[in-house]
Design a protein around this ligand. Structure first.
Ligand code: GLV
Ligand code: GLV
Length: 325
């Protein structure tokens, strides 16, 4: 039987798929990332690895994994893995796209609503005993309906956010490396260059994958172009938005609020200065966190793993250029 290592306890439905076909070792001591030494030791004999975005799978680790055939990441993003180093060694890298699209679009929209209508701040206001009276401009926010939404990155999640935005009568702009003509028609969207999108949007949603091209995509220069009533949402990856520049834009009145599910360093330090700002709504990377979707992601990751170790082409192969199937 092929040996596989799994870096965290998974839902039983996913584990069962793997156990049918593989000899399984799991880091299940606690719900924290496996220590790197343990991972390195385990990879000496492993034919397959199922990991999370909390593990950094780099060249040094792969160097110590002579039998490894597949790295199955339980996430759609895979910037935690050195794909090039894996490809060089003909190791398949897989991800879990599709199943989390609608759930992540829901969370993106939840952040849009929470920031624009100041939901967390208002809830705290009530709980802190500050609610003494109804008053005309108390806790007033920005309207979403009829506003212009700019979506940066028009992949599956971008389209699902666009679909929701139509129900709020929003005007839609998007920026993407390539135009998406079908989506443009389906959701009545306008393709815009980055500067136009930044300067005309009331809400800006970041949904690009993390890559060398997208690090600091939203930096000082970009904040300077935004409306001072605008709201920025990032449900993609930390590091795409420069956090120092974001802090300055929020405190300097260059933008109005931000909704963040992802951070440059995760977990985010609870003393991080962004968390001192009432106009920041911050979540602990829960974009795909519904019971149904996380279970489906685990099952998909299990299927990718099992196929990969048995020499079959996994359905969600990130590096088809390994050319071994
Ligand atoms: C979560 O962020 C994912 O990439 O699936
Ligand atoms: C992720 O699934 C995306 O393509 O947006």
């Amino acid at each position: 039987m092929n040996k596989v290592y799994i870096t965290r306890k998974l839902p039983e439905a996913a584990l069962a798929i793997i156990k049918q076909q593989c000899e399984v070792t799991i880091w299940d001591k606690e719900d924290t990332p496996v220590p790197r030494e343990v991972l390195q030791e385990q990879l000496k004999n492993a034919d397959g690895l199922l990991c999370l975005l909390t593990e950094r799978i780099d060249e040094q680790l792969l160097e110590a994994a002579p039998n490894l055939k597949v790295i199955s990441n339980m996430a759609v993003g895979y910037n935690n893995i050195d794909v090039e180093a894996a490809t060089k060694r003909s190791i398949a890298v897989t991800n879990t796209p599709g199943v989390l699209t609608e759930t992540t679009a829901d969370l993106t929209f939840a952040l849009l609503l929470a920031t624009s209508r100041r939901l967390i701040e208002a809830s705290n206001y009530l709980r802190d005993g500050q609610w003494k009276t109804w008053s005309p401009m108390q806790l007033t926010g920005q309207d979403i309906f009829g506003a212009t939404l700019g979506i940066i990155g028009m992949g599956r999640i971008g389209e699902s956010v666009a679909k929701r935005a139509k129900g709020f009568d929003m005007k839609l702009l998007y920026y993407n490396r390539s135009r998406k003509l079908e989506a443009e028609q389906a959701y009545d969207m306008t393709y815009a260059d980055m500067d136009t999108l930044l300067s005309q949007s009331d809400f800006i949603v970041v949904l690009t994958p993390y890559s060398p091209d997208t690090v600091n995509l939203i930096d000082r220069e970009q904040f300077a172009r935004m409306k001072n009533t605008s709201v920025l949402i990032n449900t993609a990856r930390g590091g795409i938005v420069n956090e120092d520049a974001l802090y300055d834009a929020l405190t300097g009145g260059q933008i109005w609020a931000a909704g963040l599910d992802v951070f440059e360093t995760e977990p985010l330090d609870p003393n991080h200065r962004l968390l001192t700002l009432p106009n920041v709504v911050a979540m602990p990377h829960i974009g795909s966190a519904s019971i149904k979707t996380r279970t489906q992601m685990a099952i998909l990751a299990a299927e990718n793993l099992v196929r990969g170790v048995s020499g079959e082409r996994p359905v969600h192969l990130v590096n088809p250029e390994i050319n071994i199937y």
